[in-house]
Ligand binder design. Structure first.
Ligand code: MN
Ligand code: MN
Ligand code: MN
Length: 288
Protein backbone atom coordinates (compact mmCIF):
# COMPACT_ATOMS: atom_id res chain seq x y z
CA UNK A 1 0.00 0.00 0.00
CA UNK A 2 1.56 3.34 -1.01
CA UNK A 3 1.88 5.99 1.69
CA UNK A 4 -0.62 8.19 -0.14
CA UNK A 5 -3.44 6.16 -1.67
CA UNK A 6 -5.50 9.17 -2.75
CA UNK A 7 -6.57 9.00 -6.39
CA UNK A 8 -7.29 11.84 -8.79
CA UNK A 9 -8.59 12.31 -12.35
CA UNK A 10 -7.20 15.37 -14.14
CA UNK A 11 -8.76 14.91 -17.58
CA UNK A 12 -12.56 15.00 -17.68
CA UNK A 13 -15.10 16.39 -20.19
CA UNK A 14 -18.59 17.67 -19.40
CA UNK A 15 -21.57 19.00 -21.35
CA UNK A 16 -19.65 22.29 -21.63
CA UNK A 17 -17.83 20.55 -24.51
CA UNK A 18 -18.44 17.00 -25.69
CA UNK A 19 -19.04 15.12 -22.46
CA UNK A 20 -22.30 13.44 -21.53
CA UNK A 21 -22.69 14.72 -17.95
CA UNK A 22 -23.10 18.25 -16.60
CA UNK A 23 -20.22 19.63 -14.51
CA UNK A 24 -22.09 19.28 -11.20
CA UNK A 25 -23.02 15.70 -12.06
CA UNK A 26 -19.36 14.88 -12.81
CA UNK A 27 -18.32 16.30 -9.45
CA UNK A 28 -21.04 14.30 -7.71
CA UNK A 29 -19.90 11.10 -9.42
CA UNK A 30 -16.23 11.80 -8.68
CA UNK A 31 -17.02 12.33 -4.98
CA UNK A 32 -19.03 9.12 -4.99
CA UNK A 33 -16.10 7.28 -6.61
CA UNK A 34 -13.91 8.45 -3.72
CA UNK A 35 -11.54 10.59 -5.78
CA UNK A 36 -9.45 13.14 -3.85
CA UNK A 37 -9.31 15.75 -6.64
CA UNK A 38 -10.43 16.26 -10.22
CA UNK A 39 -9.94 18.74 -13.03
CA UNK A 40 -12.58 19.56 -15.62
CA UNK A 41 -10.84 19.94 -18.99
CA UNK A 42 -13.40 20.78 -21.65
CA UNK A 43 -12.22 21.55 -25.18
CA UNK A 44 -11.40 25.22 -25.73
CA UNK A 45 -13.74 26.46 -23.03
CA UNK A 46 -13.95 27.26 -19.32
CA UNK A 47 -17.75 27.43 -19.37
CA UNK A 48 -18.26 24.45 -17.05
CA UNK A 49 -15.81 25.54 -14.36
CA UNK A 50 -18.05 27.81 -12.27
CA UNK A 51 -20.63 25.07 -11.80
CA UNK A 52 -17.93 22.46 -11.08
CA UNK A 53 -16.14 24.64 -8.52
CA UNK A 54 -19.45 25.34 -6.73
CA UNK A 55 -20.30 21.64 -6.63
CA UNK A 56 -16.79 20.85 -5.39
CA UNK A 57 -17.15 23.30 -2.51
CA UNK A 58 -20.55 21.86 -1.64
CA UNK A 59 -19.35 18.25 -1.63
CA UNK A 60 -15.87 18.87 -0.22
CA UNK A 61 -14.11 17.64 -3.36
CA UNK A 62 -11.02 19.47 -4.61
CA UNK A 63 -11.71 20.74 -8.16
CA UNK A 64 -8.91 22.30 -10.22
CA UNK A 65 -9.72 24.70 -13.03
CA UNK A 66 -8.83 23.16 -16.37
CA UNK A 67 -9.21 23.28 -20.13
CA UNK A 68 -7.92 21.35 -23.15
CA UNK A 69 -6.70 23.46 -26.06
CA UNK A 70 -6.26 22.12 -29.59
CA UNK A 71 -2.93 23.22 -31.04
CA UNK A 72 -1.61 23.20 -34.58
CA UNK A 73 0.37 20.02 -35.24
CA UNK A 74 1.03 18.45 -38.64
CA UNK A 75 -0.45 14.98 -39.25
CA UNK A 76 -1.42 14.37 -35.69
CA UNK A 77 -3.29 15.70 -32.71
CA UNK A 78 -1.67 17.95 -30.16
CA UNK A 79 -3.75 19.00 -27.19
CA UNK A 80 -2.44 21.21 -24.41
CA UNK A 81 -4.10 20.95 -21.01
CA UNK A 82 -4.24 23.96 -18.73
CA UNK A 83 -4.59 23.71 -14.93
CA UNK A 84 -4.99 26.00 -11.96
CA UNK A 85 -5.50 29.21 -13.96
CA UNK A 86 -7.85 32.10 -13.21
CA UNK A 87 -11.04 31.14 -15.10
CA UNK A 88 -11.99 34.82 -15.37
CA UNK A 89 -8.69 35.99 -16.89
CA UNK A 90 -9.73 38.43 -19.67
CA UNK A 91 -6.98 37.51 -22.18
CA UNK A 92 -7.70 33.81 -21.78
CA UNK A 93 -11.45 34.33 -22.19
CA UNK A 94 -11.02 36.39 -25.34
CA UNK A 95 -8.57 33.87 -26.83
CA UNK A 96 -11.03 31.04 -26.15
CA UNK A 97 -13.78 33.13 -27.69
CA UNK A 98 -11.64 33.48 -30.81
CA UNK A 99 -11.07 29.72 -30.93
CA UNK A 100 -14.81 29.13 -30.85
CA UNK A 101 -15.36 31.71 -33.57
CA UNK A 102 -12.94 29.87 -35.86
CA UNK A 103 -14.87 26.69 -35.23
CA UNK A 104 -18.17 28.47 -35.79
CA UNK A 105 -16.89 29.62 -39.18
CA UNK A 106 -15.64 26.16 -40.03
CA UNK A 107 -18.91 24.32 -39.50
CA UNK A 108 -20.92 26.32 -42.07
CA UNK A 109 -18.06 25.80 -44.55
CA UNK A 110 -18.30 22.03 -44.05
CA UNK A 111 -22.08 22.19 -44.53
CA UNK A 112 -21.61 24.21 -47.75
CA UNK A 113 -19.31 21.49 -49.09
CA UNK A 114 -21.80 18.79 -48.13
CA UNK A 115 -24.57 20.72 -49.92
CA UNK A 116 -22.38 20.85 -53.04
CA UNK A 117 -22.03 17.08 -52.74
CA UNK A 118 -25.82 16.77 -52.74
CA UNK A 119 -26.25 16.37 -48.99
CA UNK A 120 -27.83 19.55 -47.67
CA UNK A 121 -27.91 19.60 -43.86
CA UNK A 122 -29.42 22.41 -41.82
CA UNK A 123 -27.16 23.98 -39.20
CA UNK A 124 -30.02 23.78 -36.68
CA UNK A 125 -30.04 19.99 -37.10
CA UNK A 126 -26.32 19.90 -36.28
CA UNK A 127 -26.68 22.25 -33.33
CA UNK A 128 -29.48 20.09 -31.96
CA UNK A 129 -27.08 17.13 -31.98
CA UNK A 130 -24.46 19.13 -30.04
CA UNK A 131 -26.80 20.17 -27.26
CA UNK A 132 -23.94 21.79 -25.37
CA UNK A 133 -21.49 24.45 -26.32
CA UNK A 134 -18.98 23.27 -28.93
CA UNK A 135 -20.44 22.11 -32.23
CA UNK A 136 -18.09 19.93 -34.26
CA UNK A 137 -17.70 17.25 -36.88
CA UNK A 138 -19.14 14.44 -34.72
CA UNK A 139 -22.43 16.32 -34.65
CA UNK A 140 -22.37 16.92 -38.40
CA UNK A 141 -21.75 13.19 -38.79
CA UNK A 142 -24.77 12.41 -36.62
CA UNK A 143 -26.92 14.77 -38.69
CA UNK A 144 -25.73 12.99 -41.86
CA UNK A 145 -26.75 9.67 -40.35
CA UNK A 146 -30.14 11.07 -39.34
CA UNK A 147 -30.70 12.41 -42.87
CA UNK A 148 -29.93 8.94 -44.22
CA UNK A 149 -26.85 9.94 -46.25
CA UNK A 150 -24.60 7.49 -44.39
CA UNK A 151 -25.22 4.45 -42.25
CA UNK A 152 -23.04 5.54 -39.36
CA UNK A 153 -20.74 8.17 -37.88
CA UNK A 154 -17.63 6.21 -38.89
CA UNK A 155 -18.81 6.11 -42.49
CA UNK A 156 -19.51 9.86 -42.44
CA UNK A 157 -15.91 10.52 -41.42
CA UNK A 158 -14.44 7.93 -43.78
CA UNK A 159 -16.30 9.19 -46.85
CA UNK A 160 -16.66 12.92 -46.25
CA UNK A 161 -15.47 14.53 -43.03
CA UNK A 162 -11.97 13.21 -42.32
CA UNK A 163 -8.86 15.12 -43.34
CA UNK A 164 -8.36 14.72 -47.09
CA UNK A 165 -12.03 13.84 -47.74
CA UNK A 166 -14.25 16.09 -49.91
CA UNK A 167 -16.09 17.90 -47.10
CA UNK A 168 -13.00 18.48 -44.94
CA UNK A 169 -12.24 22.07 -44.01
CA UNK A 170 -8.94 23.01 -42.43
CA UNK A 171 -9.12 24.36 -38.97
CA UNK A 172 -7.16 27.31 -37.66
CA UNK A 173 -5.59 26.64 -34.33
CA UNK A 174 -3.09 28.22 -32.00
CA UNK A 175 0.49 27.05 -32.21
CA UNK A 176 1.55 24.86 -29.26
CA UNK A 177 3.69 27.73 -27.97
CA UNK A 178 0.73 30.14 -28.12
CA UNK A 179 -1.47 27.69 -26.25
CA UNK A 180 1.18 27.34 -23.53
CA UNK A 181 1.56 31.13 -23.32
CA UNK A 182 -2.22 31.63 -23.01
CA UNK A 183 -2.46 29.22 -20.09
CA UNK A 184 0.57 30.60 -18.28
CA UNK A 185 -0.53 34.20 -18.80
CA UNK A 186 -3.73 33.30 -16.92
CA UNK A 187 -1.63 31.94 -14.05
CA UNK A 188 -1.98 28.27 -15.01
CA UNK A 189 0.25 25.29 -15.67
CA UNK A 190 0.45 23.92 -19.23
CA UNK A 191 0.62 20.15 -19.76
CA UNK A 192 1.04 18.18 -22.98
CA UNK A 193 -1.99 15.88 -23.27
CA UNK A 194 -1.84 12.25 -24.44
CA UNK A 195 1.55 12.34 -26.22
CA UNK A 196 0.58 8.97 -27.67
CA UNK A 197 -1.85 10.77 -30.00
CA UNK A 198 1.00 12.75 -31.57
CA UNK A 199 1.65 9.59 -33.58
CA UNK A 200 5.42 9.98 -33.33
CA UNK A 201 8.19 7.69 -32.14
CA UNK A 202 9.25 8.09 -28.51
CA UNK A 203 12.52 9.59 -29.75
CA UNK A 204 10.59 12.29 -31.63
CA UNK A 205 8.28 12.81 -28.65
CA UNK A 206 11.35 13.47 -26.50
CA UNK A 207 12.57 16.10 -28.95
CA UNK A 208 9.12 17.73 -29.19
CA UNK A 209 8.63 17.83 -25.42
CA UNK A 210 12.11 19.25 -24.84
CA UNK A 211 11.24 22.04 -27.29
CA UNK A 212 7.93 22.74 -25.59
CA UNK A 213 9.67 22.77 -22.20
CA UNK A 214 11.80 25.70 -23.33
CA UNK A 215 8.54 27.40 -24.37
CA UNK A 216 7.22 27.05 -20.81
CA UNK A 217 5.57 23.62 -20.73
CA UNK A 218 4.98 22.58 -17.10
CA UNK A 219 4.11 18.94 -17.42
CA UNK A 220 3.36 15.80 -19.41
CA UNK A 221 0.19 13.74 -19.20
CA UNK A 222 1.84 10.42 -18.43
CA UNK A 223 -1.24 8.38 -17.49
CA UNK A 224 -3.88 8.26 -20.24
CA UNK A 225 -6.06 5.39 -21.55
CA UNK A 226 -4.42 5.64 -25.00
CA UNK A 227 -0.95 5.01 -23.57
CA UNK A 228 0.58 1.57 -23.33
CA UNK A 229 2.46 0.56 -20.18
CA UNK A 230 5.69 1.19 -22.12
CA UNK A 231 4.50 4.66 -23.18
CA UNK A 232 3.72 5.55 -19.58
CA UNK A 233 7.07 4.33 -18.32
CA UNK A 234 8.94 6.27 -21.01
CA UNK A 235 6.89 9.45 -20.46
CA UNK A 236 7.39 9.26 -16.68
CA UNK A 237 11.15 9.04 -17.23
CA UNK A 238 11.00 11.95 -19.68
CA UNK A 239 9.08 14.10 -17.18
CA UNK A 240 11.65 13.35 -14.51
CA UNK A 241 14.60 14.10 -16.81
CA UNK A 242 13.17 17.45 -17.88
CA UNK A 243 11.93 18.38 -14.40
CA UNK A 244 8.29 18.47 -15.58
CA UNK A 245 5.17 17.51 -13.64
CA UNK A 246 3.76 14.07 -14.42
CA UNK A 247 -0.05 14.15 -14.59
CA UNK A 248 -2.84 11.94 -15.83
CA UNK A 249 -6.51 11.30 -16.23
CA UNK A 250 -9.09 9.18 -17.97
CA UNK A 251 -10.20 11.66 -20.69
CA UNK A 252 -13.68 10.74 -19.50
CA UNK A 253 -16.51 11.77 -21.82
CA UNK A 254 -19.22 9.89 -19.94
CA UNK A 255 -19.74 7.41 -22.73
CA UNK A 256 -17.96 6.18 -25.88
CA UNK A 257 -15.34 4.03 -24.15
CA UNK A 258 -16.70 1.03 -22.31
CA UNK A 259 -13.38 0.39 -20.60
CA UNK A 260 -13.01 3.86 -19.07
CA UNK A 261 -14.72 4.99 -15.88
CA UNK A 262 -14.28 8.19 -13.94
CA UNK A 263 -10.93 7.91 -12.15
CA UNK A 264 -10.21 4.47 -13.62
CA UNK A 265 -8.74 4.12 -17.08
CA UNK A 266 -8.06 1.03 -19.11
CA UNK A 267 -6.10 -1.67 -17.27
CA UNK A 268 -7.00 -0.10 -13.90
CA UNK A 269 -5.06 3.01 -14.76
CA UNK A 270 -4.91 5.11 -11.60
CA UNK A 271 -3.40 8.52 -10.98
CA UNK A 272 -2.06 9.43 -7.56
CA UNK A 273 -2.46 12.70 -5.70
CA UNK A 274 1.24 13.39 -6.40
CA UNK A 275 0.11 14.68 -9.81
CA UNK A 276 -1.80 17.53 -8.13
CA UNK A 277 1.15 18.26 -5.86
CA UNK A 278 3.52 18.35 -8.84
CA UNK A 279 1.26 20.88 -10.59
CA UNK A 280 1.01 22.98 -7.43
CA UNK A 281 4.81 22.96 -7.11
CA UNK A 282 5.12 24.29 -10.68
CA UNK A 283 2.54 27.01 -9.99
CA UNK A 284 4.18 27.97 -6.68
CA UNK A 285 7.64 28.14 -8.27
CA UNK A 286 6.25 30.61 -10.82
CA UNK A 287 4.66 33.02 -8.38
CA UNK A 288 7.53 32.76 -5.86
MN1 MN B 1 -13.48 15.18 -26.72
MN1 MN C 1 -7.50 15.38 -26.33
MN1 MN D 1 -9.78 15.21 -23.71
Amino acid sequence: MPADARRVDLHIHTTASDGLYAPAEIVRRAAEAGLAAIAITDHDTVAGLGEALDAGRRLGLEVLTGTELSAEFPNGTMHILGYGFDPRHPALLSALEQYRRFRDERNPQILAKLAELGMPIRYEAVRAKAGGESVGRPHIAQALVEAGHVTGVDEAFRLYLARGRPAYVNRRRASPEEAIRMIRAAGGAAVLAHAGQLKRTMQEVRRIVAGLATAGLDGIEVWHPDHSADDMRALAVLARQLGLAATGGTDYHGHVREDVRLGVGRGNLAVGYEAVEALRARLAARSG
